[in-house]
Design a binder for this molecule. Structure first.
Ligand code: SF4
Ligand code: SF4
Length: 492
């Protein structure tokens, strides 16, 4: 299917309350069993020769300047109090599956640490919970570390300050060294680093440009204004960087951002090639890949000579830039910010005007973990959203304490654990959504949007998922002639 057709398909979203997702197969087919080793079997991974490379990577992580201190502390410190079990969306309502419990998961790596690095572990072995790494333990780790969504909610309440998500991440890094990498990560990163189009979805440059031209036509049709996505404009003040999947799945979010820039009279551009895609799956499993993707991106951004890199609606991509840009990119000749900060600045300075009366349905906000808990911009998200809608309700809990959508840490891309994502990882989020009574959930992250749409279908919720800038676009007042309101201006 052509990209333009795919966009049209995704724009034909189901009416609220109607089930329309192709993933909603649970009524027609017998329920698939949630078992262990779904991920392992689906991935066709090696089964031998993994212990040595795993341990080598573990040794490196334990001596790495970024991880050395926290990792050793977290591996040596766990009181087994169980507070984290009550905070984790996988286990807070049902702790019966031991393999989902955060301290049990972290113990998989902790056992190896104790045996290899502590005197008591070397002398007393299993008596003190120390074990030599085996091939079977590697299989178990693969299943377990790819169930944790690395959301860091458990770290909020740990009396010992343990961050189980760091242990998960280092576990995934060691698994990667042993060639244990989920298939979708492997092919996406290969396409981004070595494919002809240099993006995770392998969208050829011509198709990308055709898509952008199609969006230009859509915006002109909606608004009557010549709103355009500038492409590869050298020396522009800002480069807008969205996940490339948005060009297939989230046309309304992209157009909302373009319309915001237009209304503010901004000097901006998007790019083809490596700077067309914000995604960095290296964050989830491999520092070397993470660094290579960042270096490739920064080379392209520098060539465009922009002053600011503006991250689109994407949690993990934003976290990657906020946390790792300086470490892996060095001193960069451009500032890194987010579209939410830019839009907030436009609202505060009066560069754009929003009419919240154009979005009257009850809206709630899903806080992506990477933006609110780890990115510190939950208030900015709220400021922008509340400026664009007239009827807002908070999810409980929210902000830094919000629950993960259930598809974080890259797991949203694992179709083999769809039922796990719906019934275990997403259970708490579905309950939160239902309790708001909202008709719209704003989710400012591409991964969260996908997981939430699937949850809404699966749990039969009367809601739809939009990006924050989908709603900003509807509320934007685009000049004195713009009196017609959203129903005339913006299709949905
Ligand atoms: S809350 Fe902290 S100390 Fe308690 S079991 Fe969890 S990781 Fe261990
Ligand atoms: S990081 Fe999130 S998913 Fe992983 S154990 Fe902690 S709360 Fe659970």
């Amino acid at each position: 299917m052509e990209l333009k057709e795919q966009i049209n398909e995704t724009k034909k979203r189901p009416e609220m309350g109607q089930a329309a997702s192709p993933t909603q197969v649970h009524e027609e087919e017998p329920r698939r069993k949630i078992d262990n080793y779904q991920l392992y079997r689906a991935a066709h991974l090696p089964s031998t020769g993994r212990v040595e490379p795993f341990l080598k990577a573990f040794d490196q992580a334990l001596n790495h300047e970024l991880y050395r201190f926290p990792l050793r502390t977290y591996l040596e410190t766990c009181a087994k109090c169980g507070n984290c079990i009550l905070q984790c969306h996988l286990t807070c309502d049902d702790a019966s599956n031991k393999s989902y419990l955060p301290p049990i998961r972290s113990d998989l790596l902790r056992k190896v640490y104790k045996k290899r690095y502590t005197l008591s572990g070397k002398l007393l072995g299993r008596l003190v919970g120390a074990e030599d790494l085996t091939e079977e333990m590697i299989d178990e780790m693969y299943e377990s570390f790819y169930r944790c969504t690395m959301c860091r909610r458990c770290a909020l309440e740990c009396p010992m300050g343990v961050d189980n998500s760091l242990i998960t991440r280092v576990g995934r890094v060691c698994l990667s060294a042993a060639d244990m990498v989920p298939h979708n990560f492997r092919i996406s990163v290969e396409s981004q680093l070595h494919g002809p189009a240099r993006n995770t979805s392998a969208i050829p440059e011509k198709a990308f440009v055709d898509t952008v031209e199609f969006l230009n036509e859509e915006m002109e049709e909606m608004t009557g204004l010549p709103i355009r996505f500038p492409i590869n404009k050298k020396g522009a003040e800002m480069l807008y960087l969205a996940p490339v999947s948005d060009y297939i799945m989230e046309a309304d979010t992209l157009m909302g951002c373009a319309m915001t820039f237009y209304a503010a009279g901004a000097d901006w551009t998007i790019a083809t090639g490596p700077a067309s895609d914000a995604i960095n799956y290296g964050l989830f499993y491999d520092d070397r890949r993470l660094q290579q993707i960042l270096e490739q991106l920064y080379e392209a951004v520098k060539a465009l000579e922009v002053k600011r890199l503006v991250m689109g609606e994407c949690g993990h991509a934003t976290k990657t830039q906020k946390i790792f840009s300086e470490y892996f990119g060095g001193k960069l000749p451009f500032e890194i910010t987010t579209m939410f900060d830019v839009t907030a600045e436009y609202i505060r300075t009066g560069k754009i005007r929003l009419d919240p009366g154009r979005n009257t349905e009850l809206v709630t906000l899903h806080d992506p973990c990477n933006l609110s808990r780890m990115g510190g911009i939950s208030e900015t998200l709220r400021f922008v959203l509340k400026s664009a809608v007239s009827n807002f309700v908070e999810m409980e809990p929210h902000g830094e304490e919000n629950f993960c959508c259930g598809g974080g840490g890259g797991t949203v891309g694992f179709e083999e654990i769809y039922d796990f994502r719906m019934e275990v990882a997403g259970r708490k989020k579905a309950e939160q959504l239902r309790q708001t009574g909202a008709r719209i959930v704003a989710a400012p992250c591409a991964n969260c949007k996908k997981q939430l749409r699937e949850l809404i279908d699966y749990h039969k919720l009367e809601m739809e998922v939009l990006g924050i800038h989908d709603l900003v676009a509807k509320a934007l007042v685009l000049g004195s002639q713009d009196e017609e309101g959203p129903s005339k201006r913006v299709s949905s």
